[in-house]
Ligand binder design. Sequence first.
Ligand code: 6V0
Length: 332
Amino acid sequence: QAFFKPIQNCDPPSSTKRHTKISVIGVGNVGMAIAQTILTQDLADELALVDAKSDKLRGEMLDLQHAAAFLPRTKINASVDYSVTAGSDLCIVTAGARQNPGESRLNLLQRNVALFSNIIPPLAKYSPDSILLIVSNPVDVLTYVSWKLSGFPSNRVIGSGTNLDSSRFRFLIADHLDVNAQDVQAFIVGEHGDSSVALWSSISIGGVPVLSFLKNQQIAYEKQTLENIHKAVVESAYEVISLKGYTSWAIGYSVANLARSLLRDQRKIHPVSVLAKGFYGIDGGEVFLSLPAQLGRGGVLGVTNIHLTDEEVQRLRKSAETILEFQSQLGL
Ligand code: 6V0
């Protein structure tokens, strides 16, 4: 029995309207921060949550549903069964094993690869046209693994990569110069990790290229000062984890921002992990790492050809080699 009685001579309810569905796999600290940012920013008509822990999953679902009176309308479902994700436009994977004390990075990766072989194939089966957005670490290698396991074209498999590192970078520069971080165009590319590369040569603020401005004004700057800002970016994840145990808010906003660019076809440029072979002289093998990529409804629309100095190119290639070396130990 419908609550509302339709007005006379009206069309039957339309089911042809564009309906956006996002699935989030893993409802830990990161998955929930992403889910709640997606809800508050009105990015989906339907949100599906999946986790291996059914009680935690149901608890998180109910907790979000109970905020319905304060949020844009979104249908929220949750299940340990992947059928709940069917017909997703975007699947965001944050599920991951935690590093055990004394466990090597490689061992953790092997456990996460085993976990992904239970996650990616059902996602691909239930949403064959979706975009996969991988967040779990090590994100670059797990994005490569997801590409292999899904059989999706590479433009529909993306890792959140250095999108977060770049926003930390923009914050630090903005804070240093007392300007708005949204006015700072700055990219960190390469591995989401220790070998990431800060592209100092292309930083601009409000359209003014920073390094050439300093040079033209004959303002001296120490290379070490720049290195220290990059170092602070690399260390900031460790710092937050050591202080509060995990990171959540910034990754939540950063991934919701990617979801908006993808699903609303914003064609914005984000540093995200993409199949990098053939770009900037990276030709050692199939490797995913972050490059400035244009994102839209089709996924990765292309990679921006920004000018890099020779040193930046060398560092980027080194970063690619670091990931490839790690990846090759998987024997995939
Ligand atoms: P967490 O709080 O331990 O959450 C992980 C969740 O995954 C838990 O709820 C688990 O129950 C769930 N899970 C485990 N196995 C499965 C499975 N087989 N199927 C479904 N769910 C499963 O971790 P947290 O949320 O803090 O972090 C999640 C991942 O994000 C980790 O790998 C982090 O390293 C990674 N991050 C990546 C960032 C990036 O910039 N790419 C940033 C922050 C964290």
